[in-house]
Ligand binder design. Structure first.
Ligand code: 2DT
Length: 246
């Protein structure tokens, strides 16, 4: 059941609160699709391996402090969007954030044009399915939970590709808090996660499937497999790509 070279891959995103199981389910999906002979890659945001990713990581582990707007834009920059720099430059002056202005200075002129969007588009058009662990929705949900406006949060990410399918792993914040490892990072706090859950609610659209994340792990896995396979088929048959936040 492999893909033929003319059909495109699917853009599948997993979203949900911290500890909802996105990361383990994404790797299970990867194994599943590979097993069926599909060309598939697993991506994850934030990508902590890049320069910006390290700034994000140190913020999340409370080693550095950044203004809410600034960290939002760093997440956007981490999503590989050129227009982020247009937003970031004035902010680096307004907040006179040394890290940020150093970063803008060093990278504005050499970040090139290998935009995430075009990278994704190339992968999809050559038949590779992308499983993405968090995407722009996390950006909007987490920042608007802090009180930033939805539209402001979406603005730097306009033009990214819209996913073909968003799998939302639905868990009550109280249940997630009972799971292991909770509380290690800045955002892993019950009160904040409650707000994030509310912010996710208003982002749902037709591409979202809500899956109960409190079922046994294999049951969730089975449901995700069915949803993804259906989506992969639709994309193979020529479902058109669309833009996010347009
Ligand atoms: P992980 O625990 O999955 O590594 O996420 N986040 C993520 C944002 O605030 N904005 C974004 O654009 C993205 C992709 C969600 C670490 C935290 O980063 C948050 C949780």
């Amino acid at each position: 059941s492999g893909c033929n070279s003319e059909s495109r891959g699917a853009l599948v995103v997993l979203e949900g609160l911290d500890r909802s199981g996105k990361t383990s389910q994404s790797s299970r999906l990867l194994t599943y699709l590979e097993g069926l002979g599909h060309s598939v890659e697993l991506w994850r945001f934030p990508d902590r391996s890049t320069n910006v990713g390290q700034m994000i990581s140190s913020y999340l582990s409370n080693k550095s402090q950044l203004d809410d707007h600034t960290i939002h834009l760093l997440f956007s920059a981490n999503h590989g969007i050129m227009s982020t720099w247009v937003f970031m430059f004035p902010l680096s002056i307004i907040y006179w954030d040394k890290n940020l202005s150093d970063y803008v200075y060093k990278h504005t002129f050499d970040c090139g044009w290998t935009l995430l969007r075009s990278l994704m588009e190339t992968k999809l058009k050559t038949g590779t399915t992308l499983i993405v662990d968090r995407y722009s929705y996390s950006g909007v949900a987490f920042s608007s939970a802090k009180g930033l406006g939805d539209e402001w949060c979406k603005a730097p990410e306009i033009g990214l590709l819209a996913p073909d399918l968003v799998l939302y792993l639905d868990i009550q914040p109280e249940k997630a808090a009972e799971r292991g490892g909770y509380g290690a990072e800045k955002y892993e706090q019950l009160e904040f996660q409650r707000k994030v859950a509310q912010c996710y609610q208003v982002l749902h659209d037709a591409s979202w499937k809500i899956v109960d994340a409190c079922q046994p792990i294999e049951d969730i896995e089975k449901q995700l497999q069915e949803l993804v396979l259906e989506c992969v088929m639709a994309c193979q048959k020529g479902k058109p790509l669309a833009n996010l936040w347009s």
